[in-house]
Ligand binder design. Structure first.
Ligand SMILES: Cc1ncc(COP(=O)(O)O)c(C=O)c1O
Length: 443
């Protein structure tokens, strides 16, 4: 283990707290989501699967910026296309052909897509999809399952019931600032529980515009579940929206809808589509999408060409490099091997979910022990040079030898966890100061 100094990270965090409420703009990047004082707080640069912090320490990253990379950080093909493109401008007085070219590429790729609209973030894309569903059906209520961003339509779920978002997002989510008039307009249902969806639809009969859900993520759909959701939404005359911000491209080219062969009415894609450049898309059947022409859905940077040239290049690269299949293989190999190691050392740990994006799960009857096990795992891994968080995002740049090295270190660390469990000295081994619970994620 190399001795690391994190002086610059710690000093800059003091400044960050002074100038930025919360210190950062994304919950998942908050130092309390890692092992505070042991993980770096600021990145300086990254390439492939390597990341350097501002103190100059080098790591192999398995969190990968929280999901936007399939090819790896700073991929030459995508970056060179962007650099060449921006010499001729980025946004213009008129539309740029890339808007049409990339729309066509997505329509040709994604089963539900007959038309496309663009946005920059996942939250924006889901808000647009919800607006379209409400506009098309002329109904207001939304039934949801999963995480869908920070907008009013979603957080309003916690107005009527302050625990509504506990399992889709996290406990302690405040709906402060969300208009009280939205109370009762967004209603959660449980993943893999068709009765809970049925109940939500019956209790709000003829008022629901759409069901929006993450088709899968940390949990996989039980046999027939997605098909039943599709059937029920048809029967109730409700649009079905798949939030494929995470599953899009990562799971299969056409997303979970292609993988599970269940086609929603509308889908939103984001994260991995542009290999790290901000880009999201709303896609759907022509009659739903055309509804936008009778609404106001418009923004300056949605037609920005940096994200579009990155998307175009990224899609071509993923295809020619067979990236999705490679990432599946890497993730499946890692999952299988780390789970075998955990069993060997009798540590209550498993990596679950879809191989391209897997969940680190420690289970114990005492939730504090489960949390401490996870933190000790993360602490010992980062001290060995591997960044790991609740979610592990695999990318093409995780070579076989990187994965093998990571498994060797994981075995060392899991044996430490096993010893700590036996000795009952987990807390003593932890160097962290404070922890903030992240997304529980029901899906
Ligand atoms: C499924 C899902 N939907 C929506 C979002 C929100 O995306 P963004 O953070 O880009 O607004 C996320 C972000 O992680 C997500 O995982």
């Amino acid at each position: 283990m190399k001795e690391r100094i994190l002086e610059k990270s710690e000093a800059m965090w003091k400044d960050a707290l002074r100038y930025i409420p919360w210190g950062t703009n994304l919950l998942s990047r908050h130092p309390l989501r890692f092992v505070n004082g042991v993980f770096p707080k600021f990145a300086a640069r990254a390439k492939g699967c390597l990341l350097w912090d501002i103190d100059g320490n080098q790591y192999i990253d398995f969190v990968m910026g929280h999901g936007p990379f399939l090819l790896g950080y700073a991929d030459d093909a995508v970056d060179n296309a962007v650099i060449d493109h921006i010499r001729n401008g980025t946004v213009y007085t008129f539309a740029h052909p890339l808007e049409t070219i990339v729309s066509k590429m997505l329509v040709d790729t994604i089963p539900c897509a007959e038309m496309a609209r663009f946005a920059k973030t996942g939250g924006e894309a889901t808000a647009i999809a919800i607006r379209i569903a409400r506009g098309y059906t002329r109904k207001d209520k939304i039934v949801f399952c999963g995480y869908h961003g920070w907008h009013d339509w979603y957080l309003s779920a916690n107005l009527a019931d302050p625990t509504a978002l506990n399992f889709s997002l996290s406990p302690h989510i405040s709906a402060r600032g969300v208009p009280k008039a939205l109370s009762g307009t967004s209603i959660p249902f449980e993943y893999n529980n068709i009765d809970s969806l049925q109940k939500a639809l019956q209790a709000n009969k003829d008022e629901v515009a759409a069901v929006i859900m993450e088709p899968c993520r940390g949990w996989l759909p039980e046999k027939g579940f997605l098909e039943k959701v599709r059937e029920l939404t048809h029967e109730e005359n409700v649009l079905l929206i798949f939030d494929e911000i995470v599953t899009g491209f990562r799971l299969s080219f056409g997303g979970a809808q292609e993988y599970y062969k269940v086609t929603p009415d509308i889908a939103v894609f984001g994260k991995a589509m542009a290999n790290g450049y901000p880009q999201a898309a709303i896609l759907g059947r022509r009659d739903f999408m055309e509804c936008v022409t009778d609404m106001f859905v418009s923004s300056m940077f949605w037609g920005d060409t940096i994200g579009l040239i990155a998307t175009k290049t990224c899609i071509n690269e993923i295809k020619s490099r067979n990236t999705i299949e490679n990432v599946w293989k890497k993730g499946a190999f890692y999952q299988k091997n780390i789970n075998t190691i955990a069993q060997k050392y009798k540590v209550p740990f498993r990596l679950r979910g879809l191989p391209p994006v897997s969940y680190l799960e420690f289970s114990h009857e005492n939730p504090n022990v489960a949390r401490e096990l996870k933190l000790l795992f993360m602490q010992e891994m980062v001290e060995r040079g591997f960044i790991m968080g609740d979610l592990i995002y695999f990318c093409e740049a995780h070579t076989d030898s990187v994965i093998q090295d990571c498994l060797s270190s994981a075995e060392e660390v899991i044996s430490i966890l096993s010893e700590a469990l036996k000795n009952g000295d987990l807390s003593k081994r932890l160097k962290n100061r404070g922890y903030m619970e992240g997304f529980r994620r029901m899906v």
